[in-house]
Design a protein around this ligand. Structure first.
Ligand code: SF4
Ligand code: SF4
Ligand code: FES
Length: 260
C-alpha cells in the first residue's frame, strides 16, 4: 500500500541545547543533526552555542570544538582540514560542501548542519559511502595500457596532454555533487552519478590510457550514464569548482562520435 507520510521513526525531533559559557562575547549557535543507530531513538537536532572569539574560523573548527570540549559523542569524518581528503563533506544550511573550507562568517545566523542528503546515515554526520565506492571500483580507476612503459618506468605526458585532465584530477571524491543530484536520488543503485562519471572521464581523457573503447562500452548504458538529465546541481555544488556535468557531456559526445 502506498505511504503518504514519513515513517514515525524518521521524524527529526528537538534535542539538547548546550548554552554558551558565561561571559562569551561572540555567540553563534550550531544546530547539528544527531542520530545513533544503537539507541533506537529518532534523529534529533542538538544546539550548541559557541563563542566565536575562542573558535577557529571554519565550520569544521566549530565541530571539532564541540567534539573536544562540549560533546564527545558527536561523530563526523575529517582528516586534512584543508579541502584535500574529501572526507568531511556534509550539508551546511542546505548546501553540500566541505566544512573545512566553509568560513563560519559566510553563514547567516544559526549554522544548520545535516549529513549529505539522500544517503544512508551511519551515525550523526557520517554518510554510508559503500555504494558510491563500489561504483568507483566499477569504472576501474587506474591507468590501463598494453604498450610497455619506457625503461625508466615513467609514462610522460606533454603539457597539452596534461591540460586535458585539468579540472578532472582535482576531484577529491567528496560526493557533494552525487548527493545533490536528483537523478542519483531516484536511481542511485544503477546511475553512477556525477562524481564517478567525472572520474571515469578522467581516465578516458588521459592520453596515456589505452582502454578508451572498453571504458566507453561499459558506460554506454541507459542507466549508468544516461540518467544524467543535465540538471547541473552537481556543478553548482562542487566545493572544488569542478564541472562534472561537462565531463558527463564529453563522455556522451565521444559515444556519439564513435557511432558516426
Ligand atoms: S547534470 Fe546530471 S549528474 Fe549533474 S546533477 Fe544534473 S542529472 Fe545529476
Ligand atoms: S566533482 Fe567536486 S563535488 Fe564531486 S566528488 Fe569531485 S570534488 Fe566532490
Ligand atoms: S577535512 Fe579533508 S576535505 Fe575537509
Amino acid at each position: 500500500m502506498a505511504e503518504f507520510t514519513l515513517p514515525a521513526n524518521s521524524r527529526v525531533g528537538t534535542g539538547k541545547t548546550y548554552k554558551a559559557p558565561a561571559g562569551a562575547k561572540r555567540v553563534r549557535a550550531f544546530k547539528v543533526y544527531r542520530w545513533n543507530p544503537d539507541d533506537g531513538g529518532n534523529p534529533r537536532f542538538d544546539a550548541y552555542e559557541l563563542d566565536l572569539a575562542a573558535t577557529g574560523p571554519m565550520v569544521l573548527d566549530g565541530l571539532i570544538r564541540i567534539k573536544n570540549e562540549i560533546d564527545p559523542t558527536l561523530t563526523f569524518r575529517r582528516s586534512c582540514r584543508e579541502g584535500i581528503c574529501g572526507s568531511c563533506a556534509m550539508s551546511i544550511d542546505g548546501v553540500n560542501t566541505l566544512p573545512c573550507l566553509k568560513p563560519i562568517k559566510d553563514v547567516k545566523g544559526t549554522v544548520r548542519i545535516t549529513p549529505l542528503p539522500h544517503m544512508a546515515v551511519v551515525k550523526d554526520l557520517v554518510p554510508d559511502l559503500t555504494q558510491a565506492f563500489a561504483q568507483y571500483r566499477s569504472i576501474e580507476p587506474w591507468l590501463q595500457a598494453d604498450t610497455p612503459a619506457p625503461p625508466d618506468g615513467e609514462r610522460l605526458q606533454s603539457k597539452k596532454e596534461c591540460a586535458q585532465i585539468d579540472g578532472l584530477w582535482e576531484c577529491i571524491l567528496c560526493f557533494c555533487c552525487t548527493a545533490g543530484c536528483p537523478s542519483y536520488w531516484w536511481n542511485g543503485d544503477r546511475f553512477l552519478g556525477p562524481a564517478i562519471l567525472l572520474q571515469a572521464y578522467r581516465w578516458i581523457a588521459d592520453g596515456r590510457d589505452e582502454a578508451t573503447g572498453e571504458r566507453l562500452d561499459a558506460l554506454e548504458d541507459p542507466f549508468e550514464l544516461y540518467r544524467c538529465h543535465t540538471i547541473l546541481n552537481c556543478t553548482d555544488t562542487c566545493p572544488k569548482g569542478l564541472n562534472p556535468a561537462k565531463a558527463i557531456g564529453a563522455i556522451k559526445k565521444l559515444i556519439v562520435e564513435r557511432q558516426v
